[in-house]
Design a protein around this ligand. Sequence first.
Ligand code: NAG
Ligand code: NAG
Length: 299
Amino acid sequence: MGLVRHKWYRFILCVTVIALFVCYLKLQTLSNSKVVGSMSEHTLEYFLNKGTIKRKDAADIEWYHAVNSKSKLIEALRGSAQMIEADVLLRGQDPKEPIMAHPPDNDSDITLQDWLKVVVKSGKGIKLDFKSLAAVSQSMILLEEVRDQLQGPVWINADVLPGPGGKATPLDPHVFLQEVAQRSENDVLSLGWTTGWDVDVDNRGYSWEMVHQMEELCRSLKQPVTFPVRAALIPVSFPQFQWLLERSDRYSLTVWTGKDDVLNVEDLLPYRQNFNKTRIYYDLLESQFKQFKGLPGYS
Ligand SMILES: *[C@@H]1O[C@H](CO)[C@@H](O)[C@H](O)[C@H]1NC(C)=O
Ligand SMILES: *[C@@H]1O[C@H](CO)[C@@H](O)[C@H](O)[C@H]1NC(C)=O
């Protein structure tokens, strides 16, 4: 009798454990698919719901740059741009806290903490650009403190690999992702290459090795990833970026331009025409963008 009861007990225990495990797996896949499904285009979805864009076209997102001072912040919040972009540094002298500044500046009239306090209420999206690793960890903590109030999308940007003509030292990708990835499950990671562009020289584009390295880095990430790419260098790199975008639905491009780069906007048309419009953001100069939108092949 005792032995039979013992066997039954073991059987029931086993079944319960297996059932719980199956339930757990189901829940895991459910939550994963929900996350990936909504995240791949969560920026566009957000602004569409808010009514500031009328269709799911990443080219309709406007950017406001270098919002690194109180006055710029006021201006950006009044303007129509959906996304505001700013640079984060650790202040050069005490108190060494994250501030809004672009090198070579090492001080600012606004800290990241105060900047976030204002921005969270605005409903705009933010793109924080890190030029060094020093400020990343503290910044992610500050971001975490305002998570509950933040409505708009958050993009976390850094150049993490050497790219065409790049002279700056990229941030160590593994250290950067370690600091950022766990605290930014709902953010867009904007991961780029260092670049350079010179007039009068043959500026090379992005090589196969560069896109392969990037893909290897991003393959196992859970977040949507956008690759900031320099407009003047991408016309010759179409096959490379086509390959890269085909690797995952989570990937998109953000085309940006150096303000002195010579760019023929017609050369960007293959990107506009051959990819889903949800997958390419254009952060160009106003004059360039106006010209681009006026091209017959644009729409
Ligand atoms: C910050 O920049 C100022 C002005 O360029 C410079 O004089 C100062 O030495 C810098 N401070 C640090 C700690 O780098
Ligand atoms: C573009 O992608 C979106 C979102 O994944 C999808 O709903 C839409 O059908 C795609 N459009 C085209 C033209 O493939």
